[in-house]
Design a protein around this ligand. Structure first.
Ligand code: NAP
Length: 317
């Protein structure tokens, strides 16, 4: 009988979010160009950023660049960290009224002094491409048409396009945020999966997660999901985006693949890592999304798709 040597150890197949994101973006670019030719319409996205959070600046920059590269019109409104709720509401009113703006996104998190709920509720639900307005949250829960938040929508697209069977599957989501966990639960439920949501008060987490055919980690804790949390052969989606700065941590988390991560830490001060312990989980899971290159690119691609959808819906095209 053949035995596997260390380097030939079984590893989960990569669920390539970046590749699927490229596919979605190509489709959006094609439709945007058709829309311009046939109706003279160029979908427009406005992204509002408040304050100087460097991570937010990077995310917004990537959204603007992607929209331009796909033929959408985009603009960034950068406001100072001292902006008051009323001032931000006025900016949103202006964007709501402007014909050329189809999609409005307010980059979160907002400075603590700003009333986030008021701001999200002020966005015209027909331009709410992030899907955070209560009307769109309600539409998703009721199974009606609306805008679905980009990260869960991207995860859903990935599963469907990769041929993962959702009907009757046991899906477990770790994390119950309004941005990821809850809307994703609604999408998977709509697709006839049996959905469990875990959170910080869940007892015996691994006992629950190990029952899942599809396990989604959206927590924000480096390496929380370990080998013991995963059913052998399960599909694991790692939503987490965390900064790892410790070389010892990289050795522990990435095992025999630590060298390239350590190089990144030395060059840039940190490497991006999810909520999944990669070295342990890739030995148990059947398929696993990488970080980076998994859920992140899908989120941006779905924002583009939502903006295109908004432009079409507003003109009843
Ligand atoms: P969040 O609002 O902070 O929610 C985190 C969730 O994790 C909460 O429901 C919390 O439970 C739960 N949790 C915390 N500790 C736990 C533990 N020990 N065991 C089980 N559950 C625990 O986070 P989020 O906005 O959903 O983001 C989650 C992660 O995804 C972050 O790393 C974020 O950067 C990343 N993210 C990535 C993308 C992307 O495009 N790739 C998009 C959005 C978010 P409680 O509710 O009980 O507090």
């Amino acid at each position: 009988m053949m035995t596997l040597c260390q380097s030939e150890e079984r590893r989960a197949t990569v669920l390539d979010g970046a590749r699927v994101a490229e596919e979605i973006k190509r489709e959006v670019a094609g439709e945007v160009s058709r829309l311009r030719e046939t109706h003279g319409v160029r979908p427009g996205l406005a992204v509002v950023r408040v304050g100087d959070d460097p991570a937010s600046a990077v995310y917004v920059g990537s959204k603007i660049r992607t929209s331009e590269s796909l033929g959408l019109r985009s603009e960034q409104i950068a406001l100072s960290a001292e902006t008051k709720t009323d001032q931000l509401l006025q900016t949103i009113d202006t964007l709501n009224a402007r014909e050329a703006v189809d999609g409005i996104l307010v980059q979160l998190p907002l400075p603590l002094a700003i009333d986030e709920s008021k701001v999200l509720e002020a966005i015209d639900p027909g331009k709410d491409v992030d899907g955070f307005h209560p009307l769109n949250v309600g539409n998703l829960a009721l199974g009606r048409a609306g805008f679905v938040p980009c990260t869960p929508a991207g995860i859903y697209e990935l599963l469907v396009r990769e041929g993962v069977s959702l009907r009757g599957a046991r899906a477990c989501i770790v994390g119950r945020s309004n941005i990821v966990g809850r809307p994703l639960a609604q999408l998977l439920l709509r697709a006839d999966a049996t959905v469990t949501i875990c959170h910080s008060r869940t007892t015996n987490l691994s006992e629950v997660t190990r029952t899942a055919d599809i396990l989604i980690a959206a927590v924000g804790r480096i390496g929380l999901i370990r080998g013991e949390h995963v059913k052998p052969g399960a599909i694991v989606i790692d939503v987490g985006m965390n900064r790892l700065t410790s070389e010892a941590g990289a050795r522990e988390l990435f095992g025999d693949r630590a060298a390239e991560r350590i190089e990144v830490i030395r060059k840039r001060g940190a490497t991006l890592i999810g909520d999944v312990h990669p070295a342990e989980v890739e030995k148990v899971a059947g398929r696993l999304t990488p970080v980076p290159g998994g859920v992140g690119p899908l989120t941006v691609a779905m924002l583009m798709k939502n903006t295109l959808l908004a432009a079409k819906r507003r003109r009843e095209l």
